[in-house]
Design a protein around this ligand. Structure first.
Ligand code: PHE
Length: 344
């Protein structure tokens, strides 16, 4: 029986030595040390031995068991160590490699143009303010000298908001001009503001019309302001924005909240007025509407129109961007096509 034990131990040790992965260790444990393993079987057979022998063989068997258990533990630790080392080696990364470039976003071309226009007016002493896109009829029309049923309302096709009260009172602003009123209600002259923002019109879209677009409004009110101030400021703006040699043309136009009203054009920056495809051979490009603030508008906000006068203007940054970058369809700005937007 003692020989048998020595044999089992020798075989167990040899097998264990040859093992190379942690998973087979469990099979080995079951085969030798498990409940019906070979060593256990020997221990069970002890009962049939005479008492003296039983003691020595029992002690020997327990010794073998202890040694095998200790060896198993050692082997398992060694194998885990090798395995870990292999995993570390395989999963090795080179931290000195350059990183993968993160694609950089950019500002939308309209945002860029809006910022440039506002920045130019800031240099000229104007402050930038913003106002609500959901407006009241009062600010969008009435206070701007456009009473209900006035045919001039036809100039702005309006999205109305259903307030559940059956009245046409709340709307999406059709221009940024309502901010003229809101600003003047809240301050006393001198006023010099530009107002960038989104506007909405109930229109069929085509290459030059969108139902959502931007405007930049301007308003300056002070003592003794004249048409000369309007012309001086807008001409200076045109030169800073479109080139130092730009010439500016003012022609009569109609807007209910200014008198006189004008359209402002610059000589074409594509051909210096000779005629090209940017200006459609006209030599001139219209860039905004403007005029002297109507006395009725000033009265509405309790500015005395004898003491105070001012000028206002409004322009479309989409149009500026289209002219500048040679874009022939306004809808491209809002189609969210990254191939288009990436170019700016
Ligand atoms: N609000 C006008 C429009 O939308 C533009 C404008 C603004 C004209 C200020 C004159 C003065 O057409």
């Amino acid at each position: 029986m003692q020989d048998q034990l020595t044999g089992i131990e020798a075989q167990a040790v040899a097998e264990l030595r040859a093992m190379t992965d942690v998973r087979s260790l469990e099979e080995w444990r079951v085969a030798y040390l498990g409940r019906s393993g070979r060593l256990t079987q020997v221990l069970r057979g002890l009962g049939s031995l005479p008492i003296e022998e039983r003691r020595t063989v029992g002690a020997q068997a327990n010794e073998v068991k202890r040694r095998l258990e200790a060896l198993l533990e050692e082997k398992e630790a060694a194998l885990r160590q090798t395995e870990l080392a292999r995993e570390l080696e395989q999963g090795r990364i080179d931290v000195t490699l350059p990183g993968r470039p993160v694609p950089l976003g950019r500002l939308h071309p309209i945002t860029q143009v809006v910022r440039e226009i506002c920045g130019t007016f800031q240099q000229l002493g104007f402050q930038v303010v913003e106002g609500p896109e959901v407006e009241l009829d009062y600010y969008n029309f009435e206070a701007l000298n456009i009473p209900p049923e006035h045919p001039a309302r036809e100039m702005w096709d309006t999205f109305w908001i259903d307030t559940g009260e059956g009245e046409r009172n709340v709307l999406l602003r059709t221009h940024t001009s309502p901010m003229q009123i809101r600003v003047m209600e809240q301050t006393r002259p001198p006023v010099r503001v530009v107002v960038p923002g989104r506007c909405y019109r109930y229109e069929a879209t085509d290459a030059t019309h969108e139902s959502i677009f931007y405007q930049i409004e301007g308003l300056a009110v002070d003592r003794a302001m004249t048409m000369a101030d309007l012309k001086g400021v807008l001409a200076e703006f045109a030169r800073r924005m479109f080139g130092q040699n730009r010439r500016v043309r003012f022609r009569c136009d109609y807007f209910p909240f200014v008198e006189p009203g004008v359209e402002v054009s610059i000589d074409c920056f594509g051909c210096n007025g000779m005629g090209c495809n940017i200006c459609r051979d006209a030599g001139w490009i219209e860039i905004m509407g403007a005029g002297m603030v109507h006395p009725k508008v000033l009265e509405r906000v309790n500015y005395d129109p004898v003491e105070y006068t001012g000028f206002a203007f409004g322009m479309g940054p989409e149009r500026v961007a289209m002219l500048r970058y040679g874009i022939d369809d306004i809808r491209l700005f809002y189609a969210n096509d990254i191939r288009f937007l990436r170019q700016f």
